[in-house]
Ligand binder design. Sequence first.
Ligand code: FAD
Length: 280
Amino acid sequence: MSTQQHPLGISFEFFPPNTDVGRDKLVGVRDALAEREPRFFSVTYGAGGSTQDRTLNTVRQVRESGFTTAPHLSCIGSEKGQLRELLARYRGEGIESLVALRGDLPSGMGGIGELRYANELVEFIREETGDHFEIAVAAYPESHPQAPNLDKDVENFARKMQAGANIAITQYFFTADAYFNFVDKARALGVEQPIIPGIMPITNYAKLARFSDACGAEIPRWIRKQLEAYGDDSESIAAFGDEVISRLCQRLLDGGAPGLHFYTLNQAAPTLRILDNITG
Ligand code: FAD
């Protein structure tokens, strides 16, 4: 069935393209996804501010769709003065939403900066700009890779929400119960804000396996084995991926998830196929 007007909050994430071809292609992707009336688009930010200009340029391009577009912003490796300037720049552009992160510093890339964790960044944004920005933060249903355990990570997550975040977006995952368990734990610590599941369409096994290792998302054995068996057969991978992810989304929505945030990797088709398979 078609989901032309999604009553739930769907949102779509892009990365800033680094070629002219990528930039031109993103216009079509943006327009195709804009037809689904997202609550917002977001644009990622390179560690240590490495994509600062490209992120802002991409935000400008995506905002031409008329939909709210939130730049991601990370604090690791930055001084408060730099962050203050960037916030002023975003305000000057009329930007009203941000995704606030600690980020990861590639090895050998300078000091950690003045703010060590995302909760400190959220506090800083609130101190500097009051309620101007709607702030989203990251959540990890399967635990952040550096956290000693899930309970500690949820405590740290709750700190960010208490510091003034409005919503959370999760790392992607393939096990619906990991999400429900995380939400229960967060609610038990008094977190009331919406926690939106992050959804990664499956299109390429090698890339997915690499990403998942780096960010600590678990690919269940039965999914891994099936994807491995398809080898280079990208059509079968896409068909299986659509089925698995559509079913995951449906379970999440049926279980009360307040929306879905798609890691589009700057492609419209896989996300649109999933949206066509689910009912709000
Ligand atoms: P934090 O919330 O600071 O957590 C990092 C670690 O520190 C966790 O293990 C946590 O348990 C621990 N911790 C947190 N607070 C404290 C505290 N006060 N005391 C002690 N320990 C603490 N990366 C990018 O570079 N660019 C992006 O655009 C980007 N976008 C993302 C979007 C989403 C939705 C998600 C889920 C991730 C994104 N990331 C991005 C990845 C993210 O930057 C990394 O996962 C990073 O390692 C952690 O960032 P964070 O904001 O979650 O950190």
